[in-house]
Ligand binder design. Sequence first.
Ligand code: NDP
Length: 392
Amino acid sequence: MSFKKKKITILGATGSVGQNTMEVILASPDMFEVHGVSANNNVELLAITAIKLNAKVAVIANESLENELKKLLINYDIKALSGIKSIEELAGEKIDLVMAAIMGFAGLRPITKALESGVNVAIANKEPLVAAGSYIMELARKNNAKILPVDSEHNAIFQVFEEQNRAAIDKIILTASGGPFLNWSKQEIKNATPSQATAHPNWTMGRKISVDSASMMNKALEIIEAHHLFNMPADKIKVLIHPQSVVHSMVSYIDGSILSQMGASDMRTPIAYALGYPDRIDSGGGKLDIKSLCELTFTHPDIEDFPALAIAYKCLELGQGACIAMNAANEVAVQLFLDGKIGFMGIIDLVYYAIDELLPKIPVTTLKTIEETEELDNTVRLAIIRNYQKVI
Ligand code: NDP
């Protein structure tokens, strides 16, 4: 074990992953030193988090909240800043590790800033990987920075993925709980409300990813995320429904061995693995009751029941433009659903609309730069907002 304190910044510190990261750090206070924390609007929780973690810098994206942040931190030696540019600068500071836990595509720029500085990134924030995975992985390689997967499935794969035996990997198998609507009828799902969609049976998470889990768009995003993180072709990435969320994912090898990582449904375990890597540290989180191993079930997902899975494979075939369109449409559609403006099934309808109808009409550039990626993302978002009432 190495005992030099790791200097860490948490982007999205007020969110579900951000707060779990704080708990992991507080469980091993001698191992970490927190440099910075950031949030979007939740200025009070940001200040509380910065104080608890004894951070040096706190950044709120919403510039109108800078004075409030300054007031909340007046008695502490914590620098208070605001604006997305300040978050990017914070991400680009030379420290040991950035926890990327911003929600959505908005996390893309800060992730690239960290990687450009050669800083290792623990990545929970899957949407930037979906939209710009090749760019992110190449940037990490060029700058000799590590990407440490935090998403529980990808963290599980990371733990059992034998890079030295890559050629002997037959497939990777992502498990999916099936979300809150696993056993609901089509009619019930159609009428689902935001509070029903955000009530995940196994995990407590932010609202957007909870809706994604209910629609299975989360698994769709994860298929593309896995493709980039592990450089695996689409036909070697499979999904199994596993409602208990105990086996977090698996890697199957040509010799017949299947290696899996198991654990409680507690994000502190994968977060601790990423923060401690290559050492293992106490997560301060829940441990699996081995009695639960007697009740594990697995079923093959029926693509008819889970159209989101088909969307992921289709996007991987179509290429990066489709992945950007899918992610952008989904982010807007989830917000429309949470705002009560569309029904639950409208989310998948809008994603299909973006890929099948919008994308062919948009002149797509090489998508080799962040600017081009952002431009396509923005074009799709605006078109969905303009047209959603006509589409559904
Ligand atoms: P939350 O919604 O709980 O938290 C999101 C965090 O990002 C908050 O700190 C929020 O600030 C901040 N934020 C949101 N939008 C912006 C923005 N435009 N600019 C800067 N900061 C922003 O999300 P989760 O923690 O659930 O998820 C975060 C990411 O991790 C997502 O990509 C998700 O898919 C992924 N993930 C989450 C898991 C989980 O268990 N929650 C598991 C695996 C992956 P504020 O609070 O002020 O709004």
